[in-house]
Design a binder for this molecule. Sequence first.
Ligand SMILES: [Mn+2]
Length: 350
Amino acid sequence: MNPVADGRGIEAEDVVWIRLGAALDAVARREAARLARRVGMPADRVAQVELAVTEAATNLQKHAKDGSLALRVVTLPDRAAVELISLDNGPGIPDLSAALADGTSSRGTLGVGLGSIARCADTFDVHSLPHAGTALLARFWSVQGDGAVPAAEPWVAGLTRPISGESVCGDSWAARTDEGPGGPVVTAMMCDGLGHGPLAALAAERARAAFRNNSHRSPEMIVRALHDQLKGTRGAAVAVARADLSRGVVEHCGVGNISACAVHGDKRSTLLSLPGIVGHQMPNLRTYQAPLERDGVVILHSDGLSDRWTPASFPGLFGRRPALIAAQILGQAGVRRDDAGIVVVKATAP
Ligand SMILES: [Mn+2]
């Protein structure tokens, strides 16, 4: 059974970004241990997670020009995982398969130690662009109850990063997956609270809570509910997309400046949003529909990412896991002067 495929939510919390610097390995190790204990991992598993995260941190320190690690807890209603994301701005890994097969054959490159991270993680994925940058994803489930880690990759993943110098983020995302007659139906929300800092984060958190309580409704009704719940806050730009993979359709309702699109191969089709501020000033809402083929990917992101990216500049990425797609696009298109947030839905099983 796909654990996210029956009307259940998926979210991330306790996101810590650590930028490349002398203390990266020590800080990353400490945060990894804290999160691993938080989700209830036994001591030997905590130690494995620490080791894998230290390996990724050391890799960045030795070989990357600039980069960061994100550590976070990803939650489904009945289980949680620690997730590690590593992003850098180059130089890229020349021979990924060699790096994974045998750490020593890639001595002196970013690929050293990838094999050991891969062996230790429940989920591992990496995408490298020569001279541009590498995104790495490693997920470690907390094994509890029935003792099984989820067999299926979630259909949807999001990622947020605060503006430089802030620890809280004014962007938020949330998603829900339901089992439709011929495939999953994924509903995803991206919210950009106006400005940045704690007040933007408050609006973003309210949006997440309102989504949780209304995610079974239509995208338009969800946006309406968020409008009610965001009154008295700074307000936000919000987009809600529902990807119905069995009907081959994506429905989208957005207010304010969130970029939304469906990607098929090298083609990117924009899903329109209306001007306005959720919580303050609502337009007459409209829902737009677009076709969604089996190889399709639906992406919503805030203006903390430049919207000038093209699918063709990410060869091989859109066949990968949603969390890795989100990470690589944020790494390459994200700006440091604003909160950044992205959510990615895939139409076929990763
Ligand atoms: Mn913004």
